[in-house]
Unconditional design. Structure first.
Length: 250
């Protein structure tokens, strides 16, 4: 039996795992989810990680940390402080120690866009390694207002059942904290624990090409592919549960 600690992405919250949890429960696993303080514009990645750490019980259970999207920048920080068996990145960003997410894809943005972000570039020699990587984000998602209902429906929820999409939109939270984009990740190295990456092949936000590349180059694993959009926990929760539990202890 495993304890699946489920860490949500931007604009979402504990509610987003409601469709997935019953499938994990049915296999005898435990689950835990929490709301990250995304409405706090000054929150840091370390504060997000502390929120997860404080929610975890003192247990001998086999802990699997699951991070969706933005939470890919958070779960490795948790694994530095808490013993876990596995990190699972679901359509997720993968942090690079000492580098921000914006640093990683700044080369793909024009000067006006970078200026609008008040971006202060690092030494070119530090960022050169990212120039030959595939673009991190799908072009159609760059610069879009993710708080707009039509954008959420088109980019996050396009493959969900209509009632699920409407429910998710009604539950969407205000994302004021942008630390996952701008903050230099405080990691010195990725934790030495088992890793799994799930790429969503119809993702309209995070590029599946980048996800496959980064899973191999940064995590040392081949991505597991799901034929779905950015939020498999909402569009295909049963399928996601089957992938999450592969290799888990009964």
């Amino acid at each position: 039996m495993s304890l699946f600690c489920l860490v949500h992405g931007a604009f979402q919250g504990t509610w987003c795992w409601d469709l997935l949890i019953p499938y994990l429960d049915a296999q005898g696993h435990k689950t835990l989810a929490m709301d990250l303080p995304i409405e706090n514009a000054s929150a840091t990645l370390s504060q997000f990680a502390d929120t997860v750490i404080q929610a975890l019980p003192n247990t001998d259970d086999d802990i699997v940390l699951v991070g969706h999207s933005m939470a890919g920048t958070i779960i490795p920080l948790v694994a530095e402080a808490v013993k876990v068996r596995q990190l699972v990145f679901v359509a997720a960003l993968i942090p690079y120690p000492g580098i921000s997410t914006l640093d990683q894809f700044s080369h793909s943005l024009d000067s006006d866009t970078l200026k609008s972000f008040n971006y202060q570039p690092k030494e070119p020699s530090i960022l050169q390694q990212f120039h030959n990587e595939p673009d991190m984000f799908e072009p159609g998602s760059v610069g879009k207002d993710f708080s707009d209902e039509a954008v959420l429906r088109d980019l996050f929820l396009h493959d969900c059942q209509p009632d699920v999409a409407q429910w998710a939109i009604s539950k969407s939270r205000s994302q004021q904290c942008m630390a996952y984009i701008y903050e230099t990740n405080p990691l010195k190295a990725l934790p030495s624990v088992e890793r799994k990456y799930i790429v969503c092949t119809n993702d309209r936000i995070l590029s599946p090409v980048w996800s496959r590349y980064a899973a191999r180059q940064r995590l040392g694993v081949d991505a597991i592919e799901l034929a779905c959009g950015h939020c498999p926990h909402l569009s295909c929760p049963e399928l996601l549960a089957s992938v999450l539990t592969m290799g888990s202890r009964e």
